[in-house]
Design a protein. Sequence first.
Length: 344
Amino acid sequence: MEIQTQLKQALQEIQEALLGVSTPNELADLKAKYLGKKGIVAEWMTAMKNLPNEEKPRFGQAVNEAKNQINDLLEAFRTQIEDRMVSDKLAKEALDVSLPGRVFPIGAKHLMNQVVEEVEDLFVGMGYTVKEGPEIEQDLYNFEMLNLPKSHPARDMQDTFYITEELLLRTHTSPVQIRTLLENGGKKPIKIICPGKVYRRDEDDMTHSHQFMQVEALVVDENVTLADLKGTLLMLARKMFGEDRQIRLRPSYFPFTEPSVEVDVSCYKCNGKGCPMCKNTGWIEILGAGMINNAVLDATGYDKTKYQGFALGVGVERLAILKYGIDDIRAFYTNDLRFNRQFK
Ligand SMILES: [Zn+2]
């Protein structure tokens, strides 16, 4: 066959073969078939040796031209394949900026922690430090050193989960006060606030829970009086319930304080006029407090002729219930997100 025809045919074959090529590897195979060492072009060059001398130059030139054409054709196609691969990749990774964004739910602090932090903020601002202690506590720190010896009738006020005779789940955060008094060895002044969980053997219902939170404050120093306590209570009441609040102290009894007081805040719903919230009294009971009992100072090595102090303790749930109008204490612990989300 005339060489020109063979070359033309080969080019046509390549063009048809290229239609089925989609990857660089397939293209490389095609290139080897035509331009490789044992490829079709190499065969033509071998065939040239058997031609008469006068035909060789024309034949050689034709083969060279064909070789260049094949090469150009394959290279052009390689560029096409590479372009297509890049645009496929871009299409796959495309980012549609007009789509609405994904919403990542943002958590929030539990209402209990919010209230604790609010109280902490107030006291830290007045120079107190925050102290924490263990929830499994010794009878010694939870009761005895707080002027509540074994068999003391006031222990009945705090139904207790005992682990052994001497170990229990703390019924209040007061043992943190005892620990701090002991740490300071009867010498240094103290100004602390102790928030934390406490436990009592209560039947759970709308107003009772076997687990709840307290924040207590303790101040021990020289020349501390009931007036200091009253001023501190007024600050707390106003911080939690508004700047116009008043407080009222009523005599009470706690073994660890003497004198002891119950603290009422003027009703923030009716401003003291009387409403269902305050049972028409104009006042709402919020917490207990008092001057540190001498027996506690004695037990922890503080000289009662030199040091005095006061303590106050407030239920965190009670503050939250009053402040946010919550009607069931169990809502704090059941982890119903619909409840929690109201206080974001
Ligand atoms: Zn009222």
